[in-house]
Design a protein around this ligand. Sequence first.
Ligand SMILES: Nc1nc(=O)c2c([nH]1)NC[C@@H]1CN(c3ccc(C(=O)N[C@@H](CCC(=O)O)C(=O)O)cc3)CN21
Ligand SMILES: CC(C)C(=O)C(=O)O
Ligand SMILES: [Mg+2]
Length: 302
Amino acid sequence: MSERVSNHASPLPGDAAATRGKGGPTAPAAGAASQSPRKPFRVQHIAQAKERGEKLVMLTAYDAVTSRLLDEAGCDMLLVGDSVGNVMLGLDSTLPVELDEMVVCTRSVARGRQYAMVVADLPFGSYEAGPKQALASAARLMKAGANAVKLEGGRPRAKSVRALTQAGVPVVGHLGFTPQSVNMLGGFRVQGRGEQAAETLLRDALALAEAGAVAVVLEMVPEPVAARVTQECPVATIGIGAGARCDGQVLVWTDMAGMTGWKPRFAKQFGQVGAALTQAATDYAQAVRTGAFPTAEHWFEA
Ligand SMILES: Nc1nc(=O)c2c([nH]1)NC[C@@H]1CN(c3ccc(C(=O)N[C@@H](CCC(=O)O)C(=O)O)cc3)CN21
Ligand SMILES: CC(C)C(=O)C(=O)O
Ligand SMILES: [Mg+2]
């Protein structure tokens, strides 16, 4: 019997706060009577999942309400991505995102989840100067409730990854298309095409693993290249637009849920939540305007 610690839904509490501090769920998920109750997903479970060939499930989250919903869905890891810039702040790149903004989001996501591990992106400009800057920035995210931090780049980051790891901060790497370097990469495009680039990617992944990284995100990397990195790299790979042979997958939650019309090749829409939200708000607006809402059940007698 698998010791799998996640990936079956908890008995859906109506409110995470209502069940927190009660020692977790006591009943197993419906239809899974023999399974053990869900346990918090911790950093050690990443290596365990790779070993057992169990896929790691990661989505982004930026606030407490979404964090609670995605945690209840059984996600292993919630990524407080600097994609918050694009998704929530209306920016057209991740570069302007500030560490202070990441701290606020990280605190919110950490409060909203119950089982999922929280990984927080170090934003552009908060770590590249070296181990000292990386540690100071990572400490702020860890104090906000992150269980790990993620940073972009390969061998140039090895020293910082080692310093963070030795300071007790688990680090997730990020290779391939690294959005913070979009100005150097010449646009939003696949990375690691060609023998030379694939070799560079593999060496970078191995260097991050050697420095102590607990996982590496591979973004927009050719499928065979991601498969080779996954096979040769001792730590887990988490793909986004990198094929099915990665150890896990990550998507931006708003892309996954169909919140916008934006649909890059790698982002499958698993729902039409944007349309559902617009419809709910449309119904509300009409009800207010026609006087159909509120009714007696929504107001208070003297
Ligand atoms: N909502 C959202 N989803 C993401 O996946 C995401 C963000 N924001 N912001 C941060 C980075 C930026 N990312 C991006 C941004 C643009 C493309 C893009 O234009 N992709 C096209 C072209 C790819 C190509 O032809 O090489 C695509 O169709 O995938 C991809 C990833 C991924 N990340
Ligand atoms: C796309 C993922 C990997 C990310 O870094 C983000 O959401 O910021
Ligand atoms: Mg990011």
